[in-house]
Design a binder for this molecule. Sequence first.
Ligand SMILES: [Zn+2]
Length: 238
Amino acid sequence: MPGRTTTVDIDPAEVERQIVAETCAKRARIDDLRETGRQFHEQGWSLGTSSNYSVVVEKDPLELLLTASGKDKGRLTQHDFVRVDGSGVRIDHPDDGFAASNKPSAETLLHVALAELPDVGAVLHTHSVWGTLLSDHYFESGGLEIADFEMLKGLEGITTHETKIWVPIFDNTQDIATLADDLRARLNDPRQPIEHGFLIRKHGLYAWGRDLAAARRHIEIFEFLFECVGRTEFGQTN
Ligand SMILES: [Zn+2]
């Protein structure tokens, strides 16, 4: 009704509870990402400050919690992160407490492109030896096929080893904005949409999942399969 105002009761205790709950949830997400970094570093998949990891905090409008550029993934602290929006630009919430000098990873726009997909809650990127070697070896073929391994069943939606997946390989570039556009087009390609993960030539793997646990599982499955394919291809099965 024109001219009429409505009073909404705000319970200060409830507001306080919500703030505490959000802070706890953020801390838990960060601790899970730190644990991921420790494990991936130990495996040799995230050495020398390489790699980057993100989780979706809000879907609409999009907000990601992302590792800051140049941090040692084996020793991530609570402060080695940034929050970014759907354009990959850093934003800060009042209680974030991340250093002003923290910069989003150079590859943030790839995380954003993947996080735009409806079922993606986390994106992980590794620089393993086998991923790097295979991404060069199979580059001219546009990707590599992986077939018939029992471990394929660790990828979302796969229920039998009697299957094959295609892992596309993009050329490496420092022009991440263009690569993100190419990726978006391929993710939405009705002929052969990218599922589960892709490689960048002489660079590394991107994989994702509905949450961080699923994304971690996908990275572990891919890295296992890459080693199997690589050892077979390069005659190192002994
Ligand atoms: Zn990278």
